[in-house]
Every structure is written in C-alpha cells, then in structure tokens.
Ligand binder design. Structure first.
Ligand SMILES: [Mn+2]
Length: 341
C-alpha cells in the first residue's frame, strides 16, 4: 500500500514508467512551489493541458496567485489552494519544478492517503518525495522534462503549450544565456517556435515590460550603488522608504542585481532588501558572482543557500550591519590570506 506520508520513497522511475503510471490515473491535482516563477507555471500549465488532452480530470492549485509579470500566459486555470473545496479528492498529485513537498505549501492539505505523488523536476537537490520521481538534473528547466513527456505520448504541442514551455526554458536559462543552457534547450526552443508562437511578443512581455514605478525604483537604486576600494565588490541596499517613495514593490526589485554584476571589474555583488514586519530588522540578501567565485558558500555561512553563481540568505539586523558582515565574508573568499592579517 502506498501512501503520501512524508517519508522519502526514493523511487526514481524511467520516463516510460512515469508516463504509464500517469495514464493509469484519472483525477489529477497539479502544483508547484510557492512564489511560482516562469518555469513552475509554464511546466504546470503544459502538463495540465497534456493530461486534459488524455481525457483526465485536472485541477491546478498553488499557494499563491498567478504573478502579474507572467501575464503572457493564460491564468484562467490557475487556482489558489485556499479556494479549492477540501471535499474534492484526487487520486494523483503532479508536482513540477519543486525540490521538496513542503514547498507546495497549503496545497498539501488537499491530499488524502490515497493520493499518489508524481514528482517531475530538474533540481539536483530534489528529495524524491514522490511515489514516482522523475528528476533530470541535466535539464535546464522543468519545462524540458515536460517536453520529453509530450514526446513520449507522441503528442504534438499546440501553441498554448509551446508558449508555456518556451516561458519555462527561457526564464530558467536567463533567456538562453546562463551556463545551464544546452544544445537540447535550443533544439526544443526551435521546435516550440515552429508551432508559430510569437516569440517577440513573449520576450517583450517577459523582459521588456516594466511599470513606471519599477523604472523609478531602478533609477533611485542605481544612484545608491556602492563598490569596494578595489572595485571587485558592488552592492546596494533597498529601504522600505525607497518603495514608499516610488510606489514600487519588492517584486519589482527582481533582476536589479544583474546591473551590479554588469560592472566590468565586479566579481561579487549583493542586493539587500530591508523587509517589513521583523522587529529587530530583517534583511533579505541576493548574491551573484562571476568567474570561478562561489557565492553559495557565503550564503550558507548565513544559513541561506543556492548555486555557485546565484544564492541568497536572510540576515537579522540593519542594512549597515548586514553590509559589514557580508563584506567580511566576501573579502575572505576573495583574499583568504589578506583577510586574516
Ligand atoms: Mn526550474
């Protein structure tokens, strides 16, 4: 008897076994992680469409609402978990682009002991929480894994599905720029474009549509960029007042850290946000590095995590205190000898 308890099932299955098991189920709940971004949403929308075309009953539920910045994708089938009646029972849960079951948040409340979990992902850190785990760390995006599922079923992608998968792969590869981009990512993109999707429109919507508030926030933040004496470290701190002044939101700061990284001499950059609510002050930090430098190590020092070139953490204290602590760690990483003397 299988159940959905949170013990690790550690069962990796082949693509064929995954697809056959999907075929055997009728009533699907689909979910991804909280704060869903392009890959989470694109892969779930495409999977939901595939299952519906196979004649299955489907329902997408996520902890959070559909993000405004992904308005190039259809949101009509997106539900928030809080709006789904708990009386509805599902015989399968399909989770995509999500390394742990905890990260689907309150969607977990919609599971029953009979719900079998399909875990479809590309995160190397995926903990194999499903009854069926299909994890492909070589895939640039969960959307690439979903593409393989379409291929297995020999289903021709329609334009809506192709748009969803294009958004998945484009956003997780930083528009085909990051080092996770492969020949296969481009081959899949080529096939998606052949369905006739409008990539100019999609790319404009994803990367070139800013609110005036966001531009005004960027203008303010660009004026606050600081660099170390040797120019190798760049940083900026967002205050709550910056948001108040410009009318922008925390979501609007996404991507700003790239400007710091674009400075020629910069090896390490970090972006700090003063957060709401915490009494003693809470600063959320994103890190980026260039070349061979590792920012995951620095984030882990502050109990955060991430990848070698992009990581994050939360530090308690003021922006000034956080800056001091972070600079000390980065200097040790840049010059282990000097930092000690
Ligand atoms: Mn992803």
């Amino acid at each position: 008897m299988k159940n959905n308890s949170q013990t690790q099932h550690s069962r990796d299955v082949s693509l064929e076994a995954l697809c056959r098991a999907l075929q055997a189920k009728d009533n699907f709940l689909l979910a991804s992680h909280m704060n869903p971004e392009g890959d989470a949403i694109g892969s779930i929308l495409a999977l939901e469409s595939l299952l519906r075309r196979l004649g299955k009953k489907t329902l997408i539920a996520c902890e959070d609402a559909f993000p405004v910045r992904l308005a190039c994708l259809p949101s009509a089938r997106w539900n928030q978990a809080k709006d789904v009646p708990p009386s509805r029972a599902f015989d399968a849960l399909v989770v995509a682009d999500c390394p742990t079951l905890e990260r689907i948040g309150s969607v977990q409340k919609l599971l029953t002991p009979k719900t079998e979990i399909f875990n479809i992902d590309h995160h190397i850190s995926n903990v194999r929480f499903g009854h069926y785990n299909y994890i492909q760390p070589s895939a640039s995006a969960a959307g690439e894994v979903v593409y393989d599922i379409f291929k297995w079923f020999q289903m021709k992608l329609n334009q809506e599905e192709a748009t969803a998968l294009y958004v998945s792969i484009s956003t997780d590869t930083g528009s085909f720029k990051y080092s996770n981009t492969t020949v296969k990512s481009h081959q899949i993109a080529s096939e998606l474009i052949q369905t006739g999707i409008d990539i100019e429109k999609i790319n404009d919507a994803l990367y070139a549509t800013y609110s005036l508030e966001k531009i005004q926030l960027y203008s303010l933040l660009l004026g606050k960029v600081q660099t170390s004496a040797d120019g190798r470290i760049a940083w900026v701190g967002l205050t709550r007042d910056d948001l108040k002044q410009t009318g922008a939101t925390y979501e609007d700061t996404e991507g700003f850290i790239d400007f710091l990284k674009y400075i020629r001499e910069v090896q390490f950059s970090f972006f700090m946000s003063e957060m709401d609510g915490a009494q003693d002050g809470e600063v959320r930090v994103s890190f980026r590095s260039k070349g061979d430098h590792d920012v995951a190590k620095i984030a882990v020092h502050f109990e955060g995590g991430g990848h070698k070139k992009a990581a994050g953490c939360t530090i308690h204290g003021t922006l000034e205190e956080a800056t001091g602590k972070i600079l000390e760690q980065i200097r040790q990483e840049l010059d282990p000898q000097k930092a000690k003397s």
